[in-house]
Design a protein around this ligand. Sequence first.
Ligand code: SF4
Length: 303
Amino acid sequence: MEYWRDLSSWLKETYGRRLYRVPLDAGMTCPVRDGKLSSQGCTFCAGGSGSFAIAYDGQKLSAADLTYNHQDISAGDYIGYFQAYTNTYAPVSRLRKLFVSALSDPLFAGIDIATRPDCIEEECYGLLQELKASYPDKFIWVELGFQTATEKTARAFGRGYDNAVFEDCVKRLAALDIPVIVHVILSLPGEGEEDNIRTMHVLNELPVSGVKIQMLQILKGSVMARQYAQDPRKFPLFTEKKYAERCAVCLGHLQKDIVVHRLTGDGDRELLIAPLWGTAKTQVINDIRHIMKEKGIHQGDLL
Ligand code: SF4
């Protein structure tokens, strides 16, 4: 580990090579969008994925179908990433069709399912367990949009479930030997450094495999975009330097074993209203590394 446990090194250690996510859009929605819990969506969210996602209904894919593909990447070096919206929010028969198709596709080394912890039904846990046994050469990961351990903030952005639901879900997935990757947003309105550190500590106490950390982004089409247009002072967005410093502190408070899958936003550039520095990903990563080097800290050192 240089300063943090980065994804590409972990992939090489674990699978012997780098792997690349292929975003898939299986036409899902979310209970905070379709009216079951709410109809506005999480207030920062502009939709489930960028314009790169492939509309997917279980069809066989080839490298030629990918919106990006690299000539030096072989079939089997991709991950089928069910990214758009909540990818376990459908009848289990449909989930079976989607997941079996992707796991059977030689293009994919495994699948990565983005979802919410309150949307994995009993039958779905059973399906995941069954698929793990049926496809021993493939992997299944699950990504959970948690964002923060501060319940007050979660209520304010309309997450729609409490921490206990998340904690129970992480434990159940880990018991099935399914790596869980957790999404966290820094600079949510009303949150300070202590909230972010506490979120790291909550993750440390759970069998979490990986984390995706990002800055708050105001995206066109989101509820926050409207709120931001009315009163930007309610959104004290970080400068790039402040974000890099906060990331360095959070990484210092994150268990050394947890793999860092991402440290920047990966939203659609076309949708980004603010902060615009969020598109300079390499710069952000370099600054985080620089700050950690200057302070002499590595992931987990501040625990
Ligand atoms: S953040 Fe996730 S759960 Fe919330 S509205 Fe967006 S896709 Fe749905």
